[in-house]
Write a protein that binds this ligand. Structure first.
Ligand code: FNR
Length: 186
């Protein structure tokens, strides 16, 4: 059986992002059950229709990576009860057709969503907005389970690194569910 490819999209550009660390924890849990790579979109420019065609090199690259994936897993922070603008910008680029003959690359892709915040909300509101957008883009959203982790600082070790305790089994459950969800769509 060919190995599944999962691309993780982290909605924070911050080096020590808790959401990035959560994605890296998921990568460890996935282990050799699938390929699991974080999408680097730091150099994707702000969308401006004046530069849409031909697409900038960074946009071409992320489109190729997303197109090759069997599933996309979002790890999103919550900014003002929404998902961050950098993620909206990336999704706006990905929402556009690749060319006259090639449609956008997100349609039909299985998608999972997780998020972590030092606050109380667990990113639930941001996730709901993200579901609205990616459903509009015809992604195949796994709504259950989603993972919302509040109070991130309760799961940070003495070196300031995320070390999941209470949430680890929930993340593992989401890993197994997403692998099964993707396989059921093949
Ligand atoms: C935040 N933060 C935040 N947290 C939250 O739980 N609900 C919210 O609405 C907001 N709003 C918000 C707005 C802006 C502009 C910033 C910069 C931050 C705090 C946020 O959860 C915290 O900074 C996280 O650590 C961001 O995620 P990463 O970068 O750690 O992945």
């Amino acid at each position: 059986m060919e190995k599944l490819k999962i691309i993780a999209i982290v909605g924070s550009l911050r080096k020590d992002s808790y959401n990035r660390q959560l994605a890296l924890t998921a990568q460890k849990l996935v282990g050799d059950q699938a390929e699991f790579q974080l999408l680097d979109f730091t150099n994707v420019p702000l969308l401006n229709q004046d530069i849409e065609f031909p697409a900038p090199e960074a946009v071409k690259r992320v489109r190729v990576e997303v197109k090759a994936a069997d599933g996309i897993w979002f790890f999103t922070p919550e900014y003002n009860h929404f998902f961050p603008g950098v993620l909206k910008n990336l999704l706006d680029w990905l929402s556009r057709p690749v060319s006259d003959s090639e449609p956008q690359v997100l349609a039909g892709k299985p998608a999972a969503i997780s998020g972590i915040t030092p606050g109380m909300s667990g990113t639930g509101l941001a996730q709901d907005h993200l579901v609205t957008l990616i459903s509009f883009l015809n992604m195949d959203v796994m709504n259950v389970p989603r993972l919302t982790i509040p109070n991130a600082l309760q799961q940070v070790n003495k070196d300031g690194k995320l070390e999941l305790t209470a949430s680890l089994s929930y993340l593992d459950k989401q890993v197994q569910s997403f692998l099964k969800f993707i396989r059921s769509r093949k």
